[in-house]
Design a protein around this ligand. Structure first.
Ligand SMILES: Nc1ncnc2c1ncn2[C@@H]1O[C@H](COP(=O)(O)OP(=O)(O)OP(=O)(O)O)[C@@H](O)[C@H]1O
Length: 249
């Protein structure tokens, strides 16, 4: 898989009056600007549209109106494979029948025809996520945290400027989750990827994101510096959400 000139450090992401409705669903309208190399957390009640927002950036959904820009280029009508984006979900990021090295190798070549250089990248990425000794394991032979590390290694070899995380660490326990966030933070510092991370946990947002966007009923209601968003929560909806949403550790 080549990056089509999209490789390298972060690219800003802009949603410019992006209108979208799921079949039979309420209309959504997203306006959001994420800086190149920024880590932005996205929070909001269940069903508010956070995953939909990521799907629009990734190209799994197409806006009814408005534009999506990545690195200044209009990607609104590009299919997912041609967008300079990687995405990690809560689970099922890996192919069960492929070992760890092959799952990461897919990030270089979907047909797994890997050059020597590709294999070196895979091995370096596995080292950076602490899995150099588990390259021949199958996903079912790994812990949940290790599986997400494999997904992060694949992101590294893909080398796309934007990474979207949809509650990627939500099913891990608090200590492991913090480790994964710290790893993500380190990798982001090295690559300068732009990261948009959906989470339900204010602690996750406070740990690594510079800014947080609060989504409610299909709109970005508030966006600001993460600590300020939590301490000054302006809207009643955000205050209610924070009251109910913290895991209180
Ligand atoms: N494929 C779909 N078809 C129809 N409606 C959908 C589809 N996907 C999501 N929706 C609806 O769109 C709304 C927003 O869903 P979305 O998954 O974006 O919310 P979310 O904020 O990510 O929620 P959660 O925190 O529970 O994951 C919800 O009402 C949901 O039921």
């Amino acid at each position: 898989m080549t990056g089509g000139g999209n490789e390298g450090s972060g690219a800003g992401v802009v949603l410019d009056k992006v209108a979208f409705s799921h079949p039979g669903g309420a209309p959504m309208l997203f306006d959001l600007s994420v800086g190149a190399g920024e880590i932005l957390a996205v929070m909001g009640p269940s069903g508010s549209g956070k995953s939909t927002l990521l799907s629009l950036i990734a190209g799994f959904e197409t806006p009814a109106a408005g534009r999506i820009l990545i690195g200044g280029a209009d990607v609104t009508n590009l299919p997912p494979a041609r967008r300079p984006v990687s995405m990690i979900f809560q689970e099922n990021n890996l192919f069960a029948h492929l070992d760890v090295a092959a799952n990461v190798g897919l990030g270089r070549s979907p047909s797994l025809r890997l050059t020597r250089e590709d294999r070196e990248h895979v091995s370096e990425a596995l080292t950076s996520v602490g899995l150099a000794d588990k390259a021949r394991r199958l996903p079912r032979e790994l812990s949940g945290g290790e599986r997400q590390r494999v997904a992060l290694a694949r992101v590294l070899v893909r080398n796309r400027p934007v990474l979207l995380l949809d509650e990627a660490f939500a099913s891990l326990g608090p200590a492991l989750r913090d480790q994964m966030l710290d790893l993500l933070n380190d990798l982001q510092a090295k690559t300068r990827m732009t990261v948009v991370m959906v989470t339900h946990d204010p602690q996750d947002a406070l740990r690594i994101s510079g800014r947080t966007a609060f989504v409610e009923e299909g709109q970005v209601r508030e966006v600001g510096e993460t600590a300020a968003i939590f301490s000054q929560a302006r809207s009643g909806a955000l205050r209610r959400y924070l009251g109910a949403g913290s895991r209180g550790r």
